[in-house]
Design a protein around this ligand. Structure first.
Ligand code: NOJ
Length: 585
């Protein structure tokens, strides 16, 4: 620790976690220094993180066992993708009981143990909330199917009569994000073809009708259930989709794709024309009432509990609406994730992000990978266009060179972790894991793959269970060789135990970055652009750290200053291409 500010920040984080748990009282964090404004949040994808019982599927006891490794990495919080009761048709984003743990992942007692262990280590716990849709197995949907058209039970979801003489056509032309129609027709109790229900995702994920007060009340109860158990917040799934435009009008997107449905066409960074109207199922004004209501509910609880929006919306100025002072705390910065490895594009998106989020008093977030996109150690070296959500596989055009991909990923991550605000890390990126490209078709599980008849590979390639120990079965993912997706043989060399303490390993690079980020209070800082390094370079000062990211191929001369961190080997005082350096300013 090198400055009093940093000590305050570090201690405040740990004390708050402990105090709130022990006493249940608010701790009075000074405005503007709340933990979530600067936190590094690590995404755990429970299926693929650590498997304690050896069935090939990760679980909560597995997470508990591996938490000390995350403490060593230096993260402030974990966000867990869903572990709730679910038939797993969309890897848990199809929830059949919002207030219980799926037996594949453990029990509620296992959750409590995991959360207690995390809090003891000073790590906060954020859980996923999936309010746009439930599983079709949920008892509410089963009751809706059994009930008649027009019933209270059907009114909880979006059931409509079909078009055409006999209702044989879907109510409108909307398409599922995963491909195919967004409507499925049901068979009524008398055996006749009946109404249609809306599902923006898989047919096993019926959308709720959020104009129904009953739905709103149920989700207040779900929030309270997890807040009462002590969670530090929620990542809100499809936070841009819960409210649909009146009348459900037809809509044809201008641009295909957008992983979780960006909806409107993506604007070039920096172009300030009026953004196109969002699709009638994304970014409707009505969603904001829901978040204002939830914010009031969270504010009843002690400690800083947060709401983080998964809102695939553009441009950033529109995303900022999700984090107005009386709504959510954070929104994922997907514009940043979607930015190519290009210095002008990066400078532009960083400026736009800081402007947009600060205009509403929120921190910017930064993210490069998650369970829905091609891992950035592969994505940043793709040589042909590849729409988010389509994934990559053996037949993809423009497959990446893995060496270039890893070099760029390390450089991109070191730029991201130098920025003020809060950063998200997706499990395995600290090991430099690439996307798995050659999964056998028979192993694939993403509904996208099935709904497009294999035209889109989907997201399985970024979800492969991660390697912990090179010499162990399933590389230490679990005690057996079982793994729900096959792990590539090359991953032995990337296992955590191989990288632990190894000079120049990606793991050690991330650990150093997180330590320096904390010591230099980079999360609370600001970006001052530095000129004179050429068009292919992103150069900035944040507090007492100078950051230079060379996104081009030509080497760049470094200015004076001790090297604090380098994402790859330096050539004396020359910074090679695809490399980022942090210098003491
Ligand atoms: C976004 C989640 O991140 C993704 O994995 C899921 O398929 C969709 N929402 C639907 O819940």
């Amino acid at each position: 620790m090198t400055s009093p500010d940093i000590d305050t920040q570090t201690l405040a984080g740990t004390e708050r976690a402990t105090e709130a748990d022990a006493t249940g009282t608010a701790t009075g964090t000074a405005a503007g220094t709340e933990w979530w404004r600067t936190a590094v949040i690590y995404q755990i994808y429970p299926r693929s993180f650590a498997d304690a019982d050896g069935d090939g599927m990760g679980d909560l006891p597995g997470i508990t066992h591996r938490l000390p490794a995350l403490r060593e990495l230096g993260v402030d919080a974990i966000w867990l993708s869903p572990f709730y009761t679910s038939p797993q048709r969309d890897a848990g984003y199809d929830v059949a009981d919002y207030c219980d743990v799926d037996p594949r992942f453990g029990t509620l007692a296992d959750f409590d143990l995991m959360q207690g262990a995390a809090h003891d280590l000073g790590i906060r716990v954020i859980v996923d909330l999936v309010p746009n849709h439930s599983s079709s197995d949920h008892r509410w949907f089963q009751a809706a199917l059994a009930a008649a058209p027009g019933s209270e039970e059907r009114g909880r979801y979006v059931f409509r009569d079909g078009r055409g003489d006999n209702g044989e056509l879907p109510p409108n032309n909307w398409e599922s994000v995963f491909g195919g129609l967004a409507w499925t027709r049901v068979t009524e109790a008398d055996g006749a073809p009946g109404q249609w229900y809306l599902h923006l995702f898989d047919s096993t994920q019926p959308d709720f009708d959020w104009s129904n007060p009953w739905v709103r009340e149920q989700f207040r109860d779900v929030l309270r259930f997890w807040l009462d158990r002590g969670v530090d917040g929620f990542r809100v799934d499809v936070a841009h989709g819960m409210v649909k435009a009146d009348g459900l009008p037809d809509y044809t997107p201008a641009v295909e794709g957008g992983s979780m449905g960006g909806g409107s066409a993506t604007l070039e960074p920096g172009i300030s024309v009026e953004p196109p109207e969002p699709a009638p199922y994304w970014a409707q004004e009505g969603v904001h009432d829901i978040y204002r209501d939830w914010r009031l509910l969270l504010d009843e609880y002690p400690g800083d509990r947060i709401l983080a929006a998964e809102a695939w919306v553009d441009p950033l100025a529109r995303v900022a609406k999700w984090v107005r002072p009386d709504e959510m705390h954070q929104a994922f910065n997907f514009a940043y994730l979607e930015t190519p490895w290009s210095a002008p594009a990066l400078r532009s998106v960083i400026d736009d992000s800081l402007d947009a989020f600060s205009s509403v008093g929120a921190p910017s977030t930064w993210v490069l990978s998650n369970h829905d996109v091609v891992r950035h150690a592969s994505r940043l070296a793709l040589t042909a266009e590849n729409l988010q959500g389509h994934g990559i596989g053996p037949k993809t055009v423009g497959l990446p060179d893995p060496v270039v991909g890893l070099r760029r990923a390390r450089a991109a991550s070191m730029l991201m972790l130098s920025l003020p605000g809060s950063s998200y890390i997706y499990q395995g990126e600290e090991l430099g894991l690439p996307e798995v490209v050659d999964l056998p078709d028979s192993a694939r599980q993403d509904p996208t793959w099935f709904r497009t008849n294999g035209e889109r590979y989907g997201r399985d390639g970024c979800r492969v269970p991660i390697p912990w120990e090179a010499a162990a079965p399933s590389y230490g993912f679990g005690p057996t060789t079982a793994s729900w997706l096959p792990q590539p043989a090359e991953w032995a060399a990337l296992a955590r135990d191989v990288q632990e303490g190894a000079d120049g390993s990606t793991l050690e690079l991330y650990k150093l970055a997180l330590r320096l980020r904390r010591e230099h209070a980079l999360g609370l800082g600001a970006v001052d652009w530095l000129d004179g390094f050429g068009d292919e370079v992103v150069a900035l000062r944040n507090g007492d750290v100078t950051v230079i990211a060379n996104a081009g191929a030509a080497p760049v001369d470094l200015p004076d200053g001790d090297v604090l961190l380098a994402s790859g080997p330096l050539d004396g005082r020359s910074l090679p291409g695809d490399t980022t350096v942090w210098l003491r300013a």
